[in-house]
Design a binder for this molecule. Structure first.
Ligand code: SIN
Ligand code: CO
Length: 391
């Protein structure tokens, strides 16, 4: 086994227990005292972390069209932002200082990344976003800023100095292509070593500066905005409602102003809109579909020669199943949402389906025919695989 493969295997076996990631603090204490409230620095949460990916590996990911990548440059006092996919020659020719390469959704691209992201699922999956990895040469970073969401910043290869501040002044530099705080005031500063983790609540100002070649892994969360939820819910209504009826005016009288909107038409439209009703079940249906919907650049790869249902069942008995890293699976009571699609589960299937959704895998076993039929349909769509889970 090569040194690299051996270290990867070592990594896979690494202790990802929450206690360790949270520095020995029980998750319930972390949630009560830090989550969305104040920063937490955990030294050596993952000793020796970072050997999965170096600059070369990240550059290769940034050239893929199924990755979301960005290149931030800061040269002669000016910020510049470019979006990938990039050409390898362009990344290899970058100068010695003044830039940072960032790739989002690394949990979709590296199996270990999926496992690391899901080590943080003491927070509901609906709130978990993705794993981003950045590389910056000495002095590089994305500037002082704040994020709208919670983040765990895990130091990978190299070292980084993080300065943070709980300021209320969140005014941004005007005209910059990325959000840079105009008046950043650092209150605390630390140098992070590989395996150190810094948790920051939303809207907490921070600035990370690379001390030599440096990689940072960010476990990011999502929280829908009220405006987004209303807009998306209205789209959902449009797609799902079928409203009968049409305006009619058999008693029409010739108007004095033909251009005037008829009062009767306004009353009729107001009545139709007022008659719309929805309940909690509609909201669950909408939210489950919306929050489990893959991002725009995500595409599944169905098997080219899918196993027949019978062969698949025999395979599952030996290997179990594991969700594809790109799959998002949520549930509410008996309703399951897999990548934006809704399935109503029979009561007998609930324990296994909940286990699959929570742990993203099912152990080898003999499962009911109706469950195997559903798993086979998801397998044929590329949402899961009949292979042992990694790690
Ligand atoms: C970075 O990795 O450089 C940026 C991470 C962050 O500040 O959220
Ligand atoms: Co940030």
């Amino acid at each position: 086994m090569s040194k690299r493969a051996a270290s990867r295997q070592g990594f896979c076996m690494r202790d990802f227990s929450l206690r360790r990631l949270l520095g020995g603090i029980p998750p319930s204490t972390f949630l009560a005292e830090y989550w969305q409230k104040r920063p937490l620095l955990v030294r050596q949460a993952l000793p020796g972390f970072g050997d999965w990916l170096d600059r070369d590996g990240l550059s290769a990911l940034a050239c893929r069209d199924d990755a979301e990548s960005r290149l931030v440059r800061h040269q002669r006092g000016r910020w510049r932002l470019d979006h990938g996919p990039f050409a390898r020659e362009e990344l290899d020719a970058l100068p010695a200082r003044g830039w940072s390469l960032l790739v989002s959704g690394v949990n979709h691209l590296l199996p270990e990344g999926d496992r690391l992201l899901h080590a943080f699922d003491f927070v509901p999956h609906a709130r978990l976003d993705d794993l981003m990895v950045s590389f910056a040469p000495d002095g590089g970073g994305v500037g002082p800023h704040f994020d709208s969401y919670d983040v765990f910043l895990i130091q990978g290869l190299g070292r980084r100095r993080w300065e943070i501040g709980g300021q209320d002044d969140l005014a941004l530099v005007e005209g910059a292509p990325l959000r840079i705080l105009r008046n950043f005031r650092a209150e605390q500063s630390w140098e992070l070593e590989p395996g150190d983790i810094l948790y920051l609540p939303p809207r907490f100002a921070h600035n990370g500066v690379a001390l030599g070649d440096c990689m940072t892994w960010s476990v990011g969360f999502r929280a829908p905005k009220a405006q987004e939820i209303v807009g998306e819910f209205l789209n959902h209504l449009q797609d799902t409602l079928d409203i009968p009826g049409m305006y009619a005016d058999p008693a029409l009288r010739q108007p004095r102003h033909p251009a005037r909107l008829p009062d009767e038409l306004v009353d009729w439209a107001a009545g139709v809109v007022d008659s719309l009703r929805w309940g909690r079940a509609d909201i669950v249906d909408f939210l489950g579909r919306y929050l489990s919907e893959p991002k725009a650049h995500v595409f599944f790869e169905p098997p080219t020669r899918p196993l027949s249902p019978a062969t698949f069942a025999r395979r599952v008995a030996v290997t179990g199943v594991a969700l594809d890293a790109r799959s998002r699976c949520l549930f509410s009571v008996r309703t399951f949402f897999m990548n934006g699609e809704r399935v109503e589960a029979a009561p007998a299937l609930l324990p296994a389906l909940r286990q699959l959704a929570d742990h993203r895998r099912l152990p080898p076993g003999e499962y009911a025919q109706s469950l195997l039929a559903l798993l086979h349909a998801w397998y044929a769509a590329g949402y899961l695989r009949a292979t042992p889970a990694h790690g």
